[in-house]
Design a protein around this ligand. Structure first.
Ligand code: GUN
Ligand code: ZN
Length: 428
């Protein structure tokens, strides 16, 4: 793979005899480039960077803390108290630095982040992502209804002002949104007034900014949305009526959609962030990924930290595979996802959901070098590799999916720049 200085893949040679021969063939003069090679004797290979299409950066301290709660009581007992502490920028700095280092170290080159309601803390998250070199969508959480007094937007005007403040800040630090972009973030229909939802929908149309929100995660939530927003026929209909359902919309969960909602989402070109670890932990249900894909809905993976307990997309892909098997055990084998399919969701599927498949998600000329160097046979590896396995590439990938972790992530590049990995850390 020939990567130009600006991070774009210039060429891709199958079966090249050496990097040097390939460079010469493409008229790259010797001495004008450096070579990074995978080492087949230590079961190492390059892989596209992962997409986390749904993660709450502010909830990172709570990974693994959910007890026996389900969504609505989990929000009140674990989540809102933690998020409200982000009025303190020292808390925000500490948590956001850690979550970005952790996700990058796990090979997440692009993440769609929820922050909190606080504009200053959200701006700090954008600063930290940009400095760390992680591609990030940064969303200030909008919530002006049905939320605790101690943690909410006090009214529509306050929500609008704080939202615009974040857009302005990100425009200043990354004017073309090459690495960090704002994303409009109504928390979910159950915590927003119709006025706020429709203002965000209009803003999204005017600015072409992306949108992220939650949909149909939990049955009680679905009922709550129905009672709060009777103007629409369905949960997806609420977003649609407010102009929030379009081809730059990321919908987290989509567990309990009706067939009509599935078809509406497909028609609008919106994508789904499938969050299997979260859906299992909060006993929300099992998203029918194949059913969504069959209708042409774009699907990627989300950790949904901290509804989800892992910041790793590799682990999330593993969970996606298992959840699909639980669905198939109910009698319909068509739900079952393969290793290739869950790794597609983790990479190109995620790029599609984020509206970035034209420049990211796999290794093709013209796309950006957002990549990981995976080494399975390395110091402290959680995966044991035997000599006779080294040529069996599909088996190596399967062993990586089921037993690998960040100890196997030797190097991570975003936009052609080395930004993380065990080799990067020990080099620093
Ligand atoms: N999983 C999850 N679902 C939500 N719905 C509204 N807010 C949240 C949240 O923070 N996490
Ligand atoms: Zn979420």
């Amino acid at each position: 793979v020939g990567v130009a200085e600006n991070g774009t893949i210039e060429f891709l040679d199958q079966n090249a005899s050496s990097a040097e021969a390939s460079a010469e063939r493409h008229s790259w003069p010797a001495g004008s480039y450096s070579v990074v090679a995978s080492d087949p004797s230590s079961a190492s290979f390059f892989f596209p960077g992962f997409f986390d299409t749904h993660i709450h950066a502010s909830q990172y301290p709570n990974v693994g803390l959910f007890g026996k709660t389900t969504l609505l009581d989990w929000l009140n007992s674990y989540t809102f108290p933690l998020e409200s502490s982000f009025s303190d920028l020292k808390v925000a700095d500490n948590v956001y630095s850690r979550v970005i280092a952790r996700t990058l170290g796990n090979g997440t080159t692009t993440a769609a982040y929820y922050a909190t309601v606080h504009a200053a803390g959200t701006n700090l998250l954008a600063d930290i992502a940009l400095k760390a070199g992680q591609r990030a969508f940064i969303g200030r959480c909008c919530m002006d209804a049905n939320s605790p007094d101690y943690y909410c937007d006090k009214n529509l005007e306050e929500a609008q002002k704080a939202t615009l403040e974040v857009l302005d800040h990100i425009k200043k630090i990354d004017p073309n949104h090459d690495i960090v972009s704002p994303i409009l973030t109504p928390r979910f229909a159950a915590s927003c007034s119709k006025e706020l939802l429709c203002w965000l929908g209009k803003l999204s149309t005017e600015t072409s900014l992306p949108v992220q929100t939650h949909i149909s995660e939990n049955l009680l939530e679905v009922e709550l949305v129905k009672s709060m927003h009777p103007f629409a026929a369905s949960y997806a209909g609420v977003y649609d009526k407010c102009g929030l359902l379009h081809d730059k919309t990321i919908l987290a969960h989509a567990v309990h959609l009706t067939d009509d909602e599935r078809l509406l989402i497909a028609k609008r070109g919106s994508g789904v962030a499938h969050c299997p670890a979260s859906n299992s932990a909060l006993t929300s249900g099992e998203t029918r990924v194949k059913w969504l894909l069959d209708a042409g809905v774009k699907v990627g993976l989300g950790t949904d930290v901290s509804g989800g307990f892992t910041p790793s997309i590799l682990h999330t892909a593993r969970q996606a595979l298992l959840v699909s098997r639980h669905l198939s055990m109910k009698g319909d084998e068509t739900h079952k996802l393969s290793i290739e399919e869950v790794l597609y969701l983790a990479t190109l599927g995620g790029a599609e959901v984020c509206g970035l498949a034209n420049k990211l998600g796999n290794f093709l000329p013209g796309k950006k070098w957002d990549a990981q160097l995976i080494t399975l046979d390395c110091k402290n590896s959680p995966v044991d590799i035997f000599p006779w396995e080294l040529e069996k590439h599909e088996d190596l990938v399967a062993k990586w999916l089921f037993n690998g972790d960040d100890r196997n992530v030797a190097k991570v590049w975003v936009d052609g720049k080395l930004v993380a990995g065990t080799a990067f850390i020990s080099f620093q």
